[in-house]
Design a protein around this ligand. Structure first.
Ligand code: SF4
Length: 508
């Protein structure tokens, strides 16, 4: 068997033509020819001047698209598709990332907003899966040549977000939030069964350090390309000095046969030797920090007990990390956020330690799994778990509130609790958006969703997304038996169901 390839190339700027040349070389070197429906999946979790290092830059995607075009005589369609961060219309993220202008410059490129598309159910058969099926947008299910274009970033929930973690954006909000808790790494590993990319190219020219939505820029001047997701992520981990086996989604995908982790089993080439890439990344910080530590020396005192899990002592993929992202967003919009926050206490999981609360200080129990029994400011308080086991959650009936409903709910909850110092925010997870809205209210700081510079664009993209989705629902067949055949090569052989090639898909 030929070894999977990872190519490391120097690229010191965002010149689309230089990127095109590098990507075309990569395609040729790996003998790849785009064909059929060719779909590029960037990372546009957030964009615009407040989130300049969160997303795959448009110049980068432009270079990749131009390279695909130059090798794409067998292509039927060339498209870019994404589901941006939860509650954010993808139209809004594309607009402020400059993707519409970029697509025009390249020409003949379709843009798919995954939140506006039919979601297709993909059955899962492998051992150890979280659930028996996943939903993914139709363009992903139908893609013949899938190109993964992540941004090279650290991640507060999963240590890193390279190629595999970029798959969280191939699910719409209501499916994405399910299992987005202490099982997040398992979810990312399961998502690998939906499809595997033929070509991977990561924007590591300016990488993102420390966080996911508001990362610090870190110059690596690199483009990494590959043809196997596990091998690719393993090499990226080695670049920043992280053991890939310590990142659960990479370890699981490796153990399930998706690809090698050992550098000996990977063909690493290009004009930047791995040692030089490591040297460039020697100060790169991943930012996997527990919430108690993260908020040390601030007005927020955080406490965390274990989530409802036999194996995990901390909910890395859920509410605590969302609070870290939330405060960083507010700090970007208002530098005085920390000063404006009154002393408060936020409790996660089954916490059974003391709470050091003074009279008049607010205590928030965050998430369905928060429990507590004890004294708060001299009063006996008991907080029961609202947690539902994941086996009870049916993706077909799972609903997620949009941002305006969330705003109204947070407002009502705070109004109801205006005379209470102890409150509970339900949800599993409580999203970054909800935690932002809570802190906005408590600190009386700027609401990023109502930022005057963007509010008109946001509302217009939101209404456009809502209208198009409603129209599609009316016009489309609610159910159709003969779906596209998912490529068999998406899954390692040993995990394939016997009748895999014949399965049908359902439109919901
Ligand atoms: S409620 Fe929050 S902290 Fe608890 S399991 Fe769910 S995501 Fe994790």
């Amino acid at each position: 068997m030929t070894k999977p390839t990872v190519i490391l190339r120097h690229c010191g700027d965002y010149d689309p033509h230089r990127i095109e040349k590098i990507a075309a070389d990569g395609l040729d070197q790996m003998g790849l020819q785009p064909h059929g429906r060719t779909l590029v999946k960037p990372n546009v979790v957030a964009s615009g001047e407040m989130f300049p290092h969160a997303y795959t830059r448009p110049e980068f995607v432009e270079g990749i698209l131009r390279a695909l075009k130059s090798r794409g005589s067998k292509m039927r369609e060339l498209a870019v598709g994404e589901r941006s961060g939860i509650t954010m219309p993808t139209r809004f993220a594309f607009k402020y990332a400059g993707y519409y202008e970029m697509a025009k410059r390249v020409g003949d490129v379709k843009l798919y907003h995954f939140d506006e598309h039919t979601q297709v159910e993909i059955p899962l058969y492998h051992q150890g899966r979280l659930r028996d099926s996943f939903f993914t947008p139709e363009p992903v299910a139908k893609a013949d040549f899938f190109v993964n274009c992540p941004k090279f970033k650290a991640h507060p929930w999963t240590t890193v977000t390279f190629s595999m973690k970029n798959y969280i954006g191939i699910q719409d909000d209501r499916h994405r939030l399910i299992d987005h808790d202490h099982a997040l790494n398992y979810k990312v590993a399961d998502l690998q069964y939906i499809t595997q990319p033929q070509f991977i190219a990561t924007d590591a020219i300016i990488a993102g350090e420390g966080r996911m939505l508001t990362p610090l820029p870190y110059r690596l001047d690199l483009i990494a390309m590959g043809n196997n997701q596990v091998a690719f992520d393993s090499v990226c981990c080695h670049i920043i000095g992280v053991d890939p086996m310590s990142v659960d989604h990479i370890r699981l995908a490796h153990e399930r046969g998706f690809g090698p982790i050992d550098l000996d089993k990977i063909n690493i080439c290009g004009d930047v030797p791995l040692e030089e890439a490591q040297e460039r990344a020697q100060d790169f910080e991943v930012g996997l920090i527990r919430v108690e530590e993260y908020f040390k020396d601030t007005n927020i005192q955080a406490y965390s007990g274990p989530p409802p899990s036999d194996v995990d002592e901390y909910c890395w993929g859920g509410c605590p990390g969302a609070l870290e992202e939330a405060i960083e967003i507010l700090r970007v919009y208002d530098k005085t956020t920390d000063e404006k926050l009154p002393p408060m206490h936020i409790v996660f999981g089954a916490y059974d330690g003391p709470l050091d609360v003074k009279a008049g200080e607010k205590v928030v129990f965050m998430g369905d799994c928060a429990t507590f029994r004890g004294k708060i400011a001299g009063n006996n308080v008991e907080v029961e778990s609202l947690y539902r086991d994941r086996s009870e959650i049916d993706p077909k009936n799972f609903n997620v509130d949009d941002i305006f409903v969330k705003m109204a709910k947070v407002e009502t909850m705070l109004l109801k609790n205006r005379n209470n110092d102890v409150m509970r925010i339900a949800g599993c997870p409580v999203s970054v958006a909800e935690q932002v809205l809570l802190l906005v209210k408590v600190a009386q700081t700027k609401n990023p969703y109502l930022d005057p510079k963007q509010v008109i664009g946001f509302v217009s993209c939101y209404l456009s997304m809502r209208t198009r989705t409603a129209l599609k629902r009316v016009l489309q067949q609610p159910y159709q038996r003969s779906g596209p055949t998912i490529r068999g090569d998406a899954r390692p052989d040993q995990n394939r169901a016997p009748d895999d090639a014949d399965r049908d898909l359902e439109w919901v």
